[in-house]
Design a protein around this ligand. Structure first.
Ligand SMILES: C[S@@+](CC[C@H](N)C(=O)[O-])C[C@H]1O[C@@H](n2cnc3c(N)ncnc32)[C@H](O)[C@@H]1O
Length: 271
């Protein structure tokens, strides 16, 4: 391994450690020492777990593939960054899981094909679009259109440039648009949707975003599916999905959860 790669790895590990510790400090400040201690214990357990070694090996491989994708299409999606570096205030960055990382192509395609949905009538919505990697990959499928929402100004600008230059022989959807905004305030489009989440938020924010989407579905009834992807495993968010009375879980596997929004029936209590 070259000296440059060793030094890149070292600085990445140092940055990650620094991010983890700032997350713990931020939790101690906002939610108290108990939550901070829990987060620290989780981080340490993960660092010591055997699963982490194979994850780190795969991470290296996927990073090389992501760089190839960028070179091939003349885009910039592969470099990772902490959210505070791209203009997000520290407390918001913490709720947004702290980091931008583009989705891995193989996991994305596996998750999307696994939905078994007919995509022609659906608009793909990327909640937390980052630099637009998932949107670019989604354009190989026959979606009606593709929309992304991203709250980091620095990432949204990069995504806009990427969408403008991207051309692929396998592209089937040509209507791609990314907007700057917070998922907690953004109004989902009033059409049938496949809402995509590549692990963008804390459980708390995810629950609020789900409630917002359900409320929109209640007002404007239509098919809305949620596809959540996690490159480690989906256990944590599965609990959020299962707790939500407005969702029906259709599929659960290691890397993906698929659910359908099923608005509550409002009973008319008049005699
Ligand atoms: C793991 S990255 C995923 C990027 C992209 N979806 C992909 O799959 O390549 C998660 C993204 O969610 C964004 N994010 C986190 N919280 C957000 C929020 N409340 N509103 C909008 N974007 C958010 C982050 O800035 C980050 O770019």
């Amino acid at each position: 391994m070259s000296m440059q790669r060793i030094s890149e790895r070292f600085s990445h590990a140092a940055r990650q450690f620094h991010q983890e510790m700032s997350g713990v400090a931020e939790l101690a400040r906002t939610k108290g020492p108990r939550s901070a201690a829990e987060r620290l214990a989780e981080a340490m357990a993960w660092r010591l777990s055997p699963a982490r070694r194979s994850f780190v090996r795969r991470l290296e491989h996927e990073r090389a593939l992501a760089r190839e994708f960028d070179e091939r299409f003349g885009v910039d999606t592969s470099s990772e960054s902490s959210l505070t570096e791209v203009g997000v205030p520290a407390d918001k960055a913490h709720d947004g899981n702290g980091i931008y990382r583009g989705i891995w192509a193989d996991i994305f395609h596996e998750a999307l094909r696994g939905t078994g949905l007919s995509l022609e009538d659906l608009t793909f919505v990327d909640y937390g679009a980052g630099k637009g990697k998932a949107m670019l990959l989604a354009s190989a499928y026959p979606f009606r259109r593709i929309v992304g929402v991203e709250f980091a100004p620095g990432l949204c600008e990069v995504a806009q440039r990427n969408l403008a230059v991207f051309r692929s022989p396998t592209q089937r959807c040509f209507s791609l648009d990314v907007v700057a905004g917070d998922a907690l305030e953004w109004e989902p489009p009033a059409e049938p949707l496949l809402c995509f989440f590549f692990n963008p938020f804390s459980d708390e924010v995810m629950a609020r975003v789900i409630a917002r989407i359900s409320e929109s579905c209640q007002r404007i009834p239509r098919d809305i599916y949620l596809l959540y992807v996690n490159i480690r495993n989906t256990d944590e968010q599965a609990r959020v999905f299962e707790r939500s009375s407005e969702l029906t879980l259709l599929r659960r596997d290691r890397h993906a959860l698929l659910a359908k929004v099923t608005p509550r029936v409002v009973h008319d209590r008049r005699p």
